[in-house]
Design a protein around this ligand. Sequence first.
Ligand SMILES: *Cc1c(COP(=O)(O)O)cnc(C)c1O
Length: 454
Amino acid sequence: MTTDPRRSLPSVDAILVALPGLPAGGRERALATEAAREVLAEARDGARAGAQPSLQELASRTRLVIERRLAPSLVRVINASGVILQTNLGRAPLGRAALEAIAEAAAYSNLEFDLGPGTRGSRHDHVRDMIRRATGAEDGLTVNNNAAALFMVLHVFAQGREVIVSRGQAVEIGGGFRIPDVLRQSGARLVEVGTTNRTYASDYEAAVTPDTAAILRVHTSNFQVVGFTAEPTVDELASVAAQKGVLLIDDLGSGCLVETRAYGLAHEPTVQESLSAGSDLALFSGDKLLGGPQSGIIAGRSDLVAELRRHPLARALRLDKLTIAALNATLMQYVLGRQDSGIPVWEMLRREPASLRRRARRWARAAGERGTIVRSRTMVGGGSLPGQGVETWCAAITHADGADGLARHLRERYAPVIGRIEDGAVLLDPRTVDPTDDRIVEEAVTRVLSESGG
Ligand SMILES: *Cc1c(COP(=O)(O)O)cnc(C)c1O
């Protein structure tokens, strides 16, 4: 008679006894019991294949399951990927002023309280003035993100009516966000004009009917049509819109407030340009090139913004106090002309190649024979400035487990380090890493190569 190996596995109780410091009852014990059951179930499957884990082994596996379950799901990572606005890593990192403002506003605040007369105030007032000063707009309103801004503007001003969009701009922005779908959801009717590569002001002009509410211009953020292309300027569209008595709505996407050429990049249309060229409303994200928290900003004509502010959707899509605080502090950096030191996105773009090379070399040295430095490019990302980047130096590291294996080892650390894979190596770009985190990267590289037999 053969003995079933599954019979020799310890009981749930035996595992719990082997976990020192576990309370006799309560939630914590229930959690441990559930974890021990799972570990045992797995061990039973393994036992059929001949594995015989010890009680200690099972107890430590249970401990690991408990720890994982109690750990926060959202954790800080080191972005060494060389993409500044990495959508998967939370887009723009916030600067110190924004972080301090969040801490300040997290307690009680004057969110909807006018401290002068001691009466009810509006949360919208906190950002309104700052948007005006940073963009030169007559007025501004904030919502949850730019997708919400676009949806709201179309819903309020174009529901049941026509909105004219160039075929070259009826795009998908990413994450399933498609301009034609947003239009439909908002209740507006899409009227496409022109062709994918060429659309003229006269195409828009010819498409206006008594049912037209607006011309919508969409910044084709994440791709470029090159070669035989034509697109009217905001000026030209503004004069068509004014002449025909329809609105010109400009979805700028990234919300750039400064001249990107000063950072070695191509020109990115700014909010100020759009408004002074005559768009009625300019819409943009708070967490792309603006460098602030996730939010959507609507800037433009005061009569239109006032109508939006009164609409029930302004309540449904409103920002919370922490975001208002962070957005205000971010906009303040622009108002004071301090973006190069106060907003990480611009700070990163300003970093000097010489210091990037030194930092990359230190990281590469941590990998010994496996590390070297290479010239590369940091990309802006986040659907801003497609294909645009600035020169940088990266540490290029190889591993016996291959580049995929190394990237995984670096991700699985307590402070995950995210690189990118190129030519069989993991590249780590210091431009997107705060210099105060350099030690974390160095240590991760050293450890991963010594522990996993790099
Ligand atoms: C990114 C983008 C959006 C969506 O903005 P979110 O803030 O991510 O909602 C909309 N339009 C354009 C042109 C964009 O680039």
